[in-house]
Ligand binder design. Structure first.
Ligand SMILES: Cc1ncc(COP(=O)(O)O)c(C=O)c1O
Length: 495
């Protein structure tokens, strides 16, 4: 394993070394670039003055309502994101859970010193029609190597939303194939689909859960129910929406009640499947997040997921597990659904974020027989596969899933202690690995905590109405957890 000395700091860091204006003490982080020893906040507000200027500039051509600050990605390093005002934040939100190895990981920087990789980057193919000669081998050795157990096919895509969107299409095609058997499309089917009418465009549905987030494209948005602002004014399919368990914490003190909650929600799933059958909109598939993320880090038990799979099997509906946010290792297993010990493999598993490109794993049954049914121009990106290959090597070599469990335990135990210290402010610490969340007493306090934490050098994210979520990179270590907890305690004391 290579360590990077101070002389080997990326060029962008040289001014820091020379003038040392932040009095930074850089420390070695395994094979990552050097990191500051702790966060540094220089501006009175975040966004600071330079970020505010850039926001005005951007505002001339784009909506900026979501922009928190402008980052300096040349300087950002490891677990720390640098902004244009000189603030250095310990990033436990990581681009909405999308950065596996932190910023400017030397192993990733190194990749683009290689001409072959640069050519892969600049000659981006329309993968469905002109894949490069390496593509079959790359898919086998990289993506199929991390395929959830039992799934032997993959469809690559661009982002999380379009992975779900196309996975729905695969599910509908699979469902209709089951009904049609080996008969060819009828003329009526071919004509009616052209004017969006059945039988060619059948009235099928996808069941989703209250509080779910599966993306913002039209089909995916019909299964998203986390915040009205994502949906308002946009037409949606009339598809069934079941309750997702709302547990009482701590789990070990509320076993019976939470079991009842599982049963209530599962009962609703079956009733809705029956209802939509009688409505003439049969449920072809069920989409579920292993941990509802945007919706508030709502967990459901392994028993819930096993029973949900049984309901899907009984009713001939496909089970789609959306691992866009949970996939890639931060729950302590590469796929979160591995924690559930499902009796059978899920039918479809979607991914994106930490895996750099989007897509879904599935079985043979979900491969359409005819070409161009699941298709777009890019269908993924071989340039991103280069990154993913190296990321997976580093995860293995540095045993980062083990690290996630160690660092996650420190963070989770610390949050539980903070809950005990500040019971009027915090409750319901939950999650797996470093994929953690805690509830605040109300939305106002949650927003205040997220903002004040930032001013104390820790970038977290909100989710649901009252939760703070933690989504650090896989290189987040125990000492980073202690910094987060220290700063959190300081902030909680000020309220
Ligand atoms: C569980 C889940 N599914 C789908 C998506 C949509 O992914 P994208 O933003 O890449 O379209 C997200 C995004 O946060 C997500 O968390």
């Amino acid at each position: 394993m290579r360590f990077f000395g101070l002389n080997m700091l990326p060029k962008a860091h040289t001014h820091i070394r020379k003038c040392n204006i932040f009095q930074l003490n850089f420390v070695k982080q395994y094979s990552t670039t050097l990191e500051p020893k702790e966060p540094v906040v220089l501006s009175k507000t975040i966004p600071g003055p330079k970020s505010t200027d850039l926001k005005t500039q951007l505002g001339a051509v784009q909506s900026t309502g979501t922009v928190q600050f402008f980052a300096d990605y040349e300087k950002s390093t490891g677990n720390y994101i640098f902004d244009v005002d000189g603030n250095i934040l310990l990033d436990v939100y990581t681009q909405i859970s999308s950065v596996p190895l932190g910023y400017n990981h030397p192993r990733l920087l190194n990749l683009f010193k290689d001409d072959k990789n640069i050519k892969t980057l600049i000659n981006r193919p329309a993968l469905g029609v002109f894949p490069g000669k390496e593509w079959p081998e790359k898919l086998q050795s990289i993506l199929m190597n991390i395929a959830p157990k039992g799934l032997n096919k993959i469809t690559t895509m661009m982002c999380g939303s379009c992975s779900n969107e196309n996975a729905f299409k695969s599910i509908f095609i699979w469902y209709q194939n089951k009904l049609r058997g080996s008969t060819a499309f009828t003329a009526e089917e071919m004509n009616s689909c052209m004017i969006n009418m059945p039988p060619g465009a059948p009235n099928l549905s996808i069941l989703s859960f209250k509080g779910a987030f599966h993306g913002r494209t039209l089909g995916a948005l019909s299964t998203t129910h986390s915040k009205y602002i994502h949906k308002i004014d946009v037409p949606s399919f009339d598809w069934p929406i079941a309750s997702f368990p709302q547990y009482k914490y701590p789990l070990e003190e509320n076993i019976a009640e939470n079991k009842k909650e599982d049963e209530r929600c599962l009962g609703e799933v079956q009733s809705l499947i029956d209802l939509y059958n009688t409505k003439g909109k049969p449920v072809a598939g069920v989409i579920v997040e292993p941990i509802q993320s945007e919706g508030g880090d709502n967990e459901a038990s392994p028993e819930f997921f096993r029973a949900l799979q049984k309901i899907c099997k009984k009713n001939g509906a496909a089970l789609l597990i959306d691992e866009v946010q949970t996939g890639g290792g931060s729950t302590g297993k590469f796929w979160c659904h591995e924690h559930f010990n499902l009796e059978f493999p899920p039918d479809v598993v979607t991914f994106s974020k930490k895996l750099q490109l989007g897509g879904y794993f599935h079985s043979d049954d979900f491969v359409p027989k005819e070409p161009y049914r699941i298709f777009n121009t890019w269908m993924g990106d071989p340039g991103k596969i280069i990154l993913l290959e190296e990321i997976l090597k580093v995860i293995n070599e540095e045993k980062l899933l083990e690290n996630v469990n160690l660092a996650g335990k420190v963070l989770k135990d610390g949050l539980i202690n903070l809950e005990k210290e500040f019971p009027h402010l915090l409750n319901s610490t939950r999650g797996r690995g470093t994929f953690l969340a805690v509830n605040c007493c109300n939305t106002k306090v949650r927003d205040l905590l997220v903002n004040t934490l930032k001013l104390h050098g820790v970038q977290t994210g909100g989710c649901g109405e009252i939760s703070i979520r933690f989504r650090p990179a896989l290189i987040f270590r125990e000492h980073h957890a202690n910094i987060v907890l220290d700063r959190f305690r300081t902030v909680l004391k000020t309220l």
